[in-house]
Design a binder for this molecule. Structure first.
Ligand code: ADP
Ligand code: ADP
Length: 227
């Protein structure tokens, strides 16, 4: 079973704009996958639909074989999401933000606390845990969203432009961290990016999207030999 399977996905926004024009995509379990394309191509829309934040107009999506129309409640347990916009309450404490997430997914406090310590520690945020999130730098906020998304041990991690606006040093350390969880925990990772370099240095497979259509779907290695 693929981690993610998309068939005939179409999105027409309320203003009549056709953002996705019948997308087919499979991402295999354990893959590190990039959805690569210029601004406005439809990357966020695709992820939004997969995460059920955006309503699709037509098509089918399954997550580890679970049809999201039939049972999104079950599919979402497999899914960790790092959106592009900061979407946590900036006035909450860092530790409370990640623990609340664990609560939503039914983890006990005794399970959640060591998990939070591990994730915040690995992401360099453990000594910030009792401060409010608004005190964090932009890069730290992004890492906080990664820690939060991983709390319930999702098998599929989806990140929308994870390193946009992040400086080069932090970008490299985020890349290293994502590689590690893909390798060590077997987490399937899908990210969107408009940097070829990011897809190239991180991902095994890539789909190129433009004007709401997938125009290539291949291995990064094969793509690079063509350039
Ligand atoms: P839907 O068809 O999914 O309900 P809408 O067209 O109603 O989506 O728009 C949802 C929100 O996105 C609205 O707040 C709208 O102002 C905003 N929006 C509209 N056009 C754009 C755009 N081109 N890019 C980003 N957001 C937009
Ligand atoms: P990307 O993530 O690749 O930059 P998006 O999925 O955000 O692209 O947007 C794809 C296209 O859909 C863009 O042209 C954008 O302006 C348009 N769009 C996004 N959201 C809305 C919306 N709510 N209403 C109308 N158009 C939208």
């Amino acid at each position: 079973t693929p981690a993610l399977s998309i068939r005939g996905l179409t999105k027409v926004y309320g203003n009549g704009f056709h953002a996705l024009k019948g997308i087919d995509l499979d991402v295999q379990q354990g893959d590190f996958f990039a959805l690569l394309g210029p601004n406005g191509a439809g990357k966020s829309t695709t992820l939004g639909v997969v995460c059920s934040l955006v309503q699709k107009s037509a098509g089918q999506i399954s997550i580890f074989g679970i049809d999201t129309d039939r049972d999104f409640a079950r599919a979402k347990y497999h899914l960790g999401v790092v959106p592009q916009e900061f979407n946590f309450n900036q006035f909450e404490k860092v530790i409370d933000i990640v623990l609340a997430q664990a609560g939503y997914y039914g983890m006990s406090r005794s399970e959640a606390l060591p998990r939070a310590k591990r994730l915040l520690g690995d992401l360099g945020l453990w000594d910030k845990r009792d401060g409010s999130a608004r005190m964090l730098s932009g890069g730290m906020k992004r890492r906080l969203m990664i820690a939060r998304a991983l709390m319930h041990r999702p098998k599929l991690l989806i990140l929308d432009e994870p390193t946009a606006g992040v400086d080069i040093e932090l970008r490299r350390s985020m890349w290293e961290y994502l590689r590690r969880i893909n390798r060590e925990e077997g987490t399937t990772i899908i990210l969107t990016t408009h940097y070829l370099e990011e897809a190239e240095s991180l991902c095994r497979n890539v789909a190129i999207i433009n004007h709401g259509e997938i125009i290539r779907n291949t291995s990064v290695r094969a793509l690079l030999t063509e350039l």
